[in-house]
Ligand binder design. Structure first.
Ligand SMILES: C[S@@+](CC[C@H](N)C(=O)[O-])C[C@H]1O[C@@H](n2cnc3c(N)ncnc32)[C@H](O)[C@@H]1O
Length: 351
């Protein structure tokens, strides 16, 4: 045994324990609004921070201990004051969106909440269904609220030549697996002459989308809680979008076939999905690789397997995606990467 290698690995595991703990504490800092309260506060005691945040001081003080030990918050022992430096607030507050890393760190406790069921699946197979992840739709909406929404009009739609002109003139658009419908709401407001539809399995998500549409005064947008496995809407749409919604399908081949069928002859399918190779060894330089395979085990693959599905997994990759798009009848495919979103690839597919 190489003792130096063993020692270095042991130290790495210790650092991982701290990093995992910091992820949990960061999620709590986000959900309780502590980072938002602390941003811009002068050095303050735990009582002042708890009062400003409307939270229990004992919990806040212990949380601050983790934040100081984790080098997120600065501490002055003489006065026992804490300060969140502006440079750290810039990655942790709601004002920092779309660069708020705390949004994504919420996935760690969210995934951990189903660990017992996942361990059972390792023994007996099967999967953990969507319904077992109570906070999933909220976290997902915050996630795509940073990755998709701010770039949607100026960058993502611009990937398809002529699309924004068509949207101005009026076309039919479907978003498959639309979640809480933020992307649809933005598009429906921007392009009042077009007609937008969102389908998602989740009642909770489609209701949120509908509420937002009502609040926005948008009338060219409908949501339906329904399964997209068999779309059955031939030649009805000029544009179909899927934001991070294909790889976790139970029957992705059927969904893609239905999408091809639902497109008019000159229609476009715009699919955002994880930028990866289908080959593990080609993903090893992906800075988020461990997280992406982990989210696959704990969510994307397991929700598919829970319905007896294909279990493609988060890292199904470009080779598999191209092959499945071609099998579905969409053989003209271009793939683009956008600077703001290194984690995703944008597929523009046509029949
Ligand atoms: C990873 S989330 C993405 C949500 C949304 N597009 C976004 O970017 O925020 C995938 C969504 O697909 C939905 N979904 C999964 N399988 C589905 C199916 N067979 N029919 C309809 N929706 C489905 C889930 O309910 C979930 O909201």
């Amino acid at each position: 045994m190489d003792r130096r290698k063993a020692k270095a690995f042991g130290e790495r595991m210790e650092a991982t324990l701290n990093a995992g703990a910091l992820a949990l504490m960061t999620s709590i800092g986000h959900r309780t609004g502590l980072f938002d309260s602390m941003a811009g506060m002068k050095p303050s005691t735990s009582h002042e921070i708890a009062d400003t945040s409307g939270l229990d001081e004992r919990y806040v003080r212990e949380w601050l201990g983790a934040m100081v030990a984790g080098d997120v918050v600065e501490y002055k022992p003489d006065g026992r004051t804490y300060r969140l430096p502006d440079e750290h607030a810039a990655s942790l507050t709601r004002d920092a969106a779309p660069g708020n890393a705390a949004v994504y760190l919420q996935y760690i406790p969210l995934l951990g909440s189903v660990e017992d069921q996942i361990v059972e699946c390792f023994k007996s197979g099967g999967g953990v269904p969507y319904a077992a992840f109570p906070r999933f739709q909220d976290v997902m909406a915050e996630d795509s609220g940073q990755t998709v929404i701010p770039a949607l009009l100026d960058h993502i739609l611009e990937l398809v030549p002529g699309l924004t002109d068509s949207l101005k003139q009026g076309i039919d658009v479907l978003d498959v697996g639309c979640g809480s419908g933020r992307a649809l709401n933005i598009m429906a407001m921007e392009y009042p002459a077009s007609r937008f539809t969102g389908f998602d399995l989740s009642d909770e998500a489609t209701s949120a989308g509908r509420r937002q549409a009502k609040a926005n005064g948008v009338t060219n947008l409908v949501f339906e809680a329904r399964d997209v496995t068999k779309l059955g809407t031939p030649k009805q749409y000029d544009l179909i979008t899927a934001f991070d919604a294909i790889h976790d399908q139970a029957e992705p081949a059927s969904v893609l076939g239905g999408i091809a069928d639902a497109l008019r002859d000159d229609g476009v399918f715009l699919m955002q999905d994880i930028a990866a190779s289908s080959e593990l060894h080609e993903n090893l330089d992906n800075p988020a690789g461990t997280f992406l395979y982990a989210i696959s085990v704990m969510h994307c693959m397991t929700v598919s397997l829970a319905s007896g599905g294909a279990g493609l997994g988060t890292m199904w990759g470009e080779e598999m995606a191209r092959s499945m798009l071609a099998d579905a009848g969409m053989s003209r495919v271009e793939v683009s990467l956008l600077r703001h979103d290194s984690q995703n690839a944008y597929y523009i597919a046509r029949k």
